[in-house]
Write a protein that binds this ligand. Structure first.
Ligand SMILES: [Zn+2]
Length: 212
């Protein structure tokens, strides 16, 4: 069958953003990153944004109803989206998955599997460059030279980042992992080892889409 409605699941820092970009090009459908949309609503200071901000700043999940309203209006704003979409970061809970099922059913659910230790290491090795504002991954924790602009201005914000990761990961375990059983029962879940390089993960996604 042709895959046109795809969900991407995975814990924080599992590489979902990178693979969402890959999938959008591959399947050629509009992509909704709910995290990105929420951040833009917050920046614009909309009602949804104001409500969501309180939850996000505490590292909590935004309530199902708020997210559902946002996703529904995204799906409805363009008739082309009835032909296909990619959702990244949604659904995050079983009630959200059930609500989505009533509007538009996914053909395929791709889950990136990365153990907690690997995710923590990724976050600890993440640096920001105060010169060119890139976010990069360093090979060793002593590195200060930015691989993008070569300035020795890499800084780490790992204490904050690791604390916020722990809260988000615990939420993921509790609220999102029930979706694995839900979509396995529908026969549309495919797991990928997300500890591989981004290119290898993309190649596996290609294979899954071609064989589906
Ligand atoms: Zn730089």
């Amino acid at each position: 069958m042709t895959v046109s409605r795809v969900l991407l699941l995975g814990p924080p820092a599992s590489g979902k953003g990178t693979q969402a970009r890959h999938l959008t090009a591959l399947v050629n459908v509009p992509c909704l990153g709910t995290g990105k949309l929420l951040r833009s609503e917050i920046e614009k200071g909309t009602e949804v944004g104001k409500q969501a901000e309180q939850f996000i700043s505490n590292g909590e999940y935004v309530p199902d109803q708020l997210i559902m309203d946002m996703v529904k209006s995204w799906l409805n704003e363009d008739p082309q989206k009835s032909d296909g979409w990619l959702l990244d970061g949604f659904p995050r809970t079983l009630p959200q998955a059930e609500a989505l099922q009533e509007i538009s059913q996914p053909d395929l659910v791709i889950a990136l599997d990365v153990p907690k230790e690997n995710l923590e290491r990724r976050i600890l090795m993440r640096r920001e460059c105060s010169s060119c504002h890139s976010t990069v991954a360093v090979e060793n924790s002593e590195q200060v030279e930015c691989p993008v602009c070569n300035a020795e201005t890499l800084t780490s914000r790992s204490d904050d980042a690791i604390e916020s990761f722990k809260v988000r990961y615990a939420n993921y375990k509790e609220l999102t992992t029930p979706l694995f059983d839900y979509y396995t029962a529908k026969g549309i879940l495919r797991n990928i080892d997300g500890t591989q390089s981004p290119d290898k993960v993309s190649a596996e996604i290609d294979q899954i889409i071609n064989q589906f």
